[in-house]
Design a protein around this ligand. Structure first.
Ligand code: FA5
Length: 343
């Protein structure tokens, strides 16, 4: 039996080694290891053998099967290599060509500037906070000293959400300022925080107004905070953004949640005596800010006799436009790859 097996195996190996295609290989494999193949008939014959020969016969059949399958796998790999070599040698194949270029994405300009500002402020001990974009009226307006009938609401109309069965009014937040109160409620004073994020307004859109845009709130709560601290922080912010010292001026500005409130203008970083960016005035309106109103401190659970603070609301979208010379705010969230791939 063993001699017969050796001869069969030798025969199989010779035929396998000279097989010219995978189809030929499959045929030989079937002939030996298939349902009615050589190995199957050897196994089927075992019960007819004398008991002392059965074990050897079983082992021989398995040895034949394993050896045939191994030889088939080896030859199959040889044929695949040969096919690849033939393809490489054929006309039109140039092994020196570079592989297809991977398309690399880039960061959105708003993300870039946000990350730069986060680095700058965290290096000054600020923490970065987040807040809900779908906000309660209570936080967006009421706790910021803007009650239901206050005219300041007219300047920040927004999208209201139905909240059936609930007395609370839900809306898309019009500014990042609601996080001021949320932060006071949660953090132990003193603390400093910035809140970059998306905000929404019911606006007629034009080159400088979008219904969806980005702001970055800043809030410092501490004892004995003065307008001097506020100006110092704003100058550091502008130096970080424009990489040089920028002259600033304060004009009175009205926001119900700060007292006193200011509009901080920056000397135009792009010109000496007027350009299109500063509308020929040499000043750019950049940063509404002020000292936190006592009513807002109280709404956040802080005693205004003990704690004070300053806050600012940077128009992040407008700052990104200034930084990169973008002339229309609508480009920022327009999703046009021709615009985005420039960054
Ligand atoms: C506010 O939103 C206040 N929450 C800012 C603030 C915070 C004041 C803390 C005091 C203390 P205002 O409505 O002016 O303020 O908006 C702030 C900035 O957002 C503007 O200076 C402007 O740069 C930007 N902005 C306002 N409306 C739009 C708009 N529709 N599209 C793009 N940017 C806008």
């Amino acid at each position: 039996m063993t001699q017969g097996i050796d001869a069969r195996l030798e025969d199989a190996q010779t035929r396998i080694a000279s097989a010219a295609s995978t189809e030929d290989l499959r045929a030989i494999e079937r002939e030996f290891t298939g349902k009615d193949g050589v190995v199957a008939s050897m196994l089927a014959a075992i019960p007819t053998l004398p008991p002392e020969e059965r074990r050897d016969a079983g082992q021989s059949a398995n040895r034949l099967k394993t050896a045939v399958l191994e030889a088939v796998a080896t030859r199959e790999a040889e044929l695949a290599d040969a096919a690849l070599d033939a393809e490489r040698e054929a006309d039109g194949f140039d092994s020196t060509l570079p592989p297809p270029r991977l398309h690399r994405g880039t960061l959105h300009p708003v993300t870039r500037v946000t990350r730069e500002l986060e680095d700058l402020f965290t290096s000054m001990g600020y923490r970065v906070l987040d807040g809900p974009e779908v906000e309660l009226d209570e936080y967006n307006f009421e706790k910021l000293n803007i009650p239901a009938d206050h005219p300041a609401r007219d300047t920040q109309d927004t999208f209201y959400c139905d909240s059936p069965g609930s007395k609370a009014t839900l809306l898309l937040r019009t500014h990042t300022s609601p996080v001021q109160v949320r932060a006071m409620e949660r953090l132990e004073p003193p603390f400093r925080a910035i809140v970059p994020g998306k905000v929404f307004r019911q606006e007629t859109t034009d080159a400088s107004h979008e219904h969806t845009f980005h702001q970055m709130e800043g809030l410092v709560i501490d004892k004995d905070v003065s307008v001097g601290h506020l100006i110092g922080a704003m100058k550091t912010l502008l130096r970080g953004i424009f990489k040089k010292d920028i002259e600033v001026r304060l004009r009175p500005g009205y926001f119900p949640f700060v007292e006193p409130g200011f509009e901080l203008d920056a000397r135009c970083p792009f010109c000496e005596d007027g350009c299109s960016v500063c509308k020929q005035t040499t000043w750019i309106e950049l940063l509404p800010c002020g000292l936190v109103h006592p009513n807002v401190l109280e709404a956040g659970g802080l005693d205004p006799e003990e704690w004070g603070g300053f806050a600012f609301g940077l128009g992040l979208s407008r700052l990104v436009m200034l930084r990169y010379g973008i002339d229309d705010v609508r480009h920022l969230l327009g999703g046009d790859m021709r615009f985005l791939s420039q960054f």
